[in-house]
Design a protein around this ligand. Structure first.
Ligand code: ADP
Ligand code: ADP
Length: 228
């Protein structure tokens, strides 16, 4: 479902390119993208979301080359095929929950579908919050709303960036369980990018004791002028 090959990305002004190991992730599988801050997790997500084009190499999602297609139709396809749960949830403060989800349909070139919005919110237990603004939500509620938005268009791939950041143990366990359940419901391939060491233990192992996720561990890469 996600296949990368010889993937590299060089930021403007950087001395060298970030390099990423190849991955081949099956439909419905879980990829745990880990590594220390600054190793390139956000960059990898942006490449696999099709938000930026690689300096070299290829990304395929659902057997489609992500960056070869350059058209409005391709942008709409990416918006449907890939759901993104950003670390900072990026809910528009001026809009209600309902309107925030409608924006996602609009961005994918679809007409507003109130039934689909209600179904997605209901699946995450937040349908009664549809009329609220983001400022009127708790942190956990806001994350559920953002997750509803991420899966609203039935994506093939769900990308979650640091979904447990600044959560206590109980909330972190809830967040990971919710992501796994949501991805399974939609048959989506799930990527969790995190430097949180708790996350691996929160992903259940398979029935035969096999590891419940595929690891992609990035190392701190030697390279940039502007190290943070
Ligand atoms: P992570 O998400 O794992 O913390 P990032 O993908 O954000 O890592 O960053 C990887 C490396 O690229 C870091 O060294 C970071 O400083 C650098 N980097 C990230 N964004 C930019 C940018 N816009 N310009 C230059 N360097 C960047
Ligand atoms: P995270 O660790 O969550 O990826 P960062 O602090 O690395 O967050 O990055 C936050 C934002 O700053 C991102 O948009 C990233 O692209 C940008 N950024 C990160 N490192 C650099 C850098 N060295 N130069 C310019 N922009 C950067």
């Amino acid at each position: 479902m996600i296949r990368t090959q010889d993937l590299r990305y060089q930021y403007a002004g950087a001395d060298a390119a970030l390099q990423f190991p190849d991955v081949d992730v099956a439909q419905g599988a879980v990829l745990l993208l880990s590594g220390p801050s600054g190793c390139g997790k956000s960059t990898w997500l942006a490449l696999v979301a099709g938000l930026v084009a690689p300096t070299a190499g290829t990304v395929e999602v659902a057997d489609q080359s992500l960056h070869a297609l350059k058209s409005v139709a391709a942008d709409a396809w990416r918006a449907r095929a890939i759901g993104f749960l950003p670390q900072k949830l990026h809910l528009s403060a001026a809009l209600t929950v309902q309107q925030n989800l409608a924006m996602a349909q609009w961005a994918a070139g679809q007409p507003e579908d109130a039934t689909a919005i209600h179904t997605a919110l209901q699946a995450l237990g937040v349908a009664e919050l549809a009329g609220r603004k983001p400022a009127q939500l708790s942190g956990g509620q806001a994350q559920r709303v953002a997750l509803a938005r991420a899966v609203l268009l039935q994506p093939r791939v769900l990308l979650a960036d640091e979904p447990t950041a600044s959560l206590d143990d109980e909330a972190a366990a809830d967040a990971v369980a919710l992501l796994l359940a949501t991805a399974r419901t939609h048959g989506a391939t799930l990527v969790i990018a995190t430097h949180d060491a708790r996350v691996a233990a929160l992903i259940p192992t398979g029935p035969d004791g096999q590891i419940g996720f595929q690891p992609l561990h990035l190392l701190r890469q030697p390279l940039l002028k502007q190290e943070q």
